[in-house]
Design a protein around this ligand. Structure first.
Ligand code: CA
Ligand code: CA
Length: 636
């Protein structure tokens, strides 16, 4: 099948990129030069999978966005460093992360420059955005240390570190700044030294790492001092806004985005495709996205197609912005070398753990199981906004896709053998994972294949799930459902066209075109209109909204809500059996309003939104409508 092939190729490409970048490039290099500690850190270099897994456990976290060069946690760490007129110990006296740091004594009156060299690191730094490290100065006065980085041709990048007394000094030095002076693909020396010190000096060093654009530190950095002008505080709130707005008016692509809804929508994720002229925008070209007001806003961009010279042609851009009712806004994307780069921290954090992939958006944290598909295996909503996800903020656990055929349940959660999950897109504003497997019975029989794209957005507490069911044989299905448990007790259910329901359980069901009904406690209420494509189940403290866009052109669907779960009935059991293979062949509309992952041939787009108290349904309505009727891009 066409889709399957493309799908397979994209996974293959992602796989190859990961292997090429992380294994061929960095790992063997480290393995080769890491001789003294190779055995303890990288056990089996032959097997890429093992190395990757092993490395994840040892703090090499490409997905977390950093390569730890030295954290001083083990005695072997000291072997990573070489020193001249310096004494280096492991110490737990002042520690910035973990339980150990490196205590460094620079000895006076020996050589001109007591020096500490890092011996093992990748030479290619172009894949990273900054060198991060922290130094504690225990003395009473400011201490000066010099960071020096050399490339193969002995060119030097020097950087004065004026360490504030009695505190950790946190540095994040942009690789871009180094690239003006040295070749960042051929770094051979990284050292810290003092120049002709008049007395011995002690400092503590920790957490030396190279970070990628995916890196997000939870800690708030201390303000860099005035003298450290090149130091970029990558995690401050201001950085998320604008750092520099001085740009020379030059090349730009303008485009308009329209909100088709009769209500205003705030901070809605916008995804669209824009086209650049030939020879203008390359991977490293600095771009600034301007709101109509002139303000710079964060964006995420990738080329879908390129011109012959490799410059970006059709490119997908993601950002978030607010619209008034039916508003149509014009944006400008400026490019050119005179622009000052805008820096913003990644809003979506991804951590690979042993059994799950953990995704945090700043509002919602969820886990995707690595062993079987339970949609969001667990989800937490930071309801009190304190930046932590506490146990009592767990909102859902153990979701499932369930179909029934011949009276037997087939569930996504039963497939432990063919199931696979991959990250297919990652960025500061949006990250997407692809899961696939089979709907399987408890006795191990498969009904159909499923592919799901799960998309998370920075600072949002909703997740989009695009689903595709692939049937290789005819099977009259009795029902198809998404089961979403909610951790708190649900006390009311709202769906716009059928009103508020207080008695649970309740079935809200569209039986035919412009015919819907509400069933609870043996009663049936009929409505002469289509059931709305979203439902909210809540209590006074919070709730869960589920919305669906079915791309199969069938009128029946519904919701079944019990006290602690919401079931989205993609095909309700009250309707007749349905031959989905036939449906997928002849009853599909391919008119996708969703521009996200637009090449994906889906049967359904689903939104799961967790929220805190919203009795008026204001924000919930906004989120639902923006999902069902997303903003449209109008190119000029
Ligand atoms: Ca440490
Ligand atoms: Ca919290």
């Amino acid at each position: 099948m066409k889709f399957y092939k493309r799908d397979f190729i994209s996974i293959l490409i992602v796989g190859v990129v990961i292997i090429v970048f992380h294994v061929l490039d960095i790992f063997p290099y480290i393995a080769q030069i890491f001789k003294p500690i190779q055995d303890s850190v990288y056990d089996s270099i032959e097997d890429a999978g093992d190395v990757f897994k092993e490395a994840e456990q040892k703090g090499y976290s490409p997905e977390g966005g950093f390569l730890m060069l030295s954290d001083f946690e083990t005695p072997e760490e000291l072997q990573k460093w070489r020193y001249a007129d310096v004494i280096l110990y492991q110490s737990n006296q002042f520690v910035s992360s973990g339980s150990q740091s490196g205590k460094v004594e620079f000895l006076a009156h020996r050589g001109d420059a007591p020096k500490l060299f890092l011996q093992y690191f990748p030479k290619r730094w172009s894949n990273f955005v900054a060198l991060n490290f922290e130094i504690y100065n225990p003395s009473e006065s400011k201490t000066r240390i010099i960071l020096q980085i050399k490339d193969r041709s002995e060119k030097r990048f020097k950087y004065d570190l004026y360490l504030e007394p009695k505190q950790w000094n946190q540095y994040s030095i942009p690789i871009d700044d180094m690239s003006d002076e040295i070749d960042i693909k051929k770094i051979v020396d990284l050292n810290f030294f003092q120049w002709k010190p008049s007395q011995d000096a002690v400092v503590y060093i920790d957490d030396v790492k190279l970070i990628t654009s995916q890196f997000e530190d939870q800690k708030v950095y201390a303000n860099p001092t005035q003298t450290q002008q090149k130091v970029k505080n990558i995690t401050s709130q201001q950085e998320r806004e604008i750092t520099k707005t001085n740009y020379s008016q030059g090349d730009a692509v303008t485009f308009r985005v329209k909100n088709p809804n009769k209500i205003g929508i705030s901070n809605t994720p916008c995804t669209g495709v824009i086209e650049f002229p030939s020879g203008k925008v390359y991977e490293k070209t600095i771009l600034l996205l301007k709101e109509p007001s002139g303000q710079d806003i964060p964006y995420q961009i990738k080329a879908n197609t390129t011109w012959n010279d490799g410059s970006f042609k059709e490119s997908q851009i993601d950002f978030q912005t607010s619209f008034k009712a039916n508003e149509d806004k014009q944006f400008a994307l400026l490019y050119g070398k005179d622009l000052a780069k805008m820096n913003f921290k990644s809003g979506v954090t991804i951590r690979y753990k042993e059994n799950v992939i953990q995704v945090s958006t700043g509002k919602l944290r969820f886990e995707l199981s690595k062993s079987h598909f339970t949609l969001l295996d667990k989800a937490w909503l930071d309801a009190n906004g304190d930046g932590y996800y506490s146990d009592n903020e767990l909102v859902s656990e153990g979701e499932d896709i369930i179909m029934t055929y011949n009276g037997i349940l087939y569930q996504s959660s039963y497939d432990y053998s063919t199931y696979n999950i991959e990250m297919v897109e990652a960025g500061p504003l949006r990250s997407t994972f692809q899961a696939e497997g089979y709907l399987r019975s408890s006795s191990g029989y498969d009904l159909c294949k499923f592919v799901a794209l799960i998309t998370a957005f920075a600072e949002q507490s909703f997740v989009e799930v695009s689903l595709d069911f692939i049937f290789s044989r005819t099977a009259p299905i009795e029902s198809a459902a998404i089961f979403v448990p909610y951790s708190e007790e649900i006390s009311q259910v709202y769906s716009p066209n059928t009103g508020v329901q207080m008695d649970l359980p309740v079935i809200i069901y569209q039986s035919d075109i412009e015919k819907s009904e509400v069933r609870n406690q043996g009663r049936k209420l009929f409505f002469d209109q289509d059931l709305s494509r979203w439902v909210d189940a809540s209590n006074p403290k919070g709730g869960i909204m589920v919305a669906v866009k079915p791309y199969w052109d069938l009128s029946q669907f519904g919701y079944y809500i019990q006290e602690q779960d919401v079931t989205l009935m993609l095909w309700p059991p009250f309707a007749q059996e349905i031959d989905i293979k036939y449906t997928l062949q002849y009853k599909m509309t391919r008119n996708y309003e969703n521009r996200r992952n637009q090449d994906f041939g889906r049967t359904h787009d689903i939104l799961i939104y967790f929220h805190s108290s919203d009795i008026e349904q204001l924000k919930t309505t906004e989120v639902a409508e923006a999902f069902l009727h997303p903003v449209t891009f109008i190119s000029q």
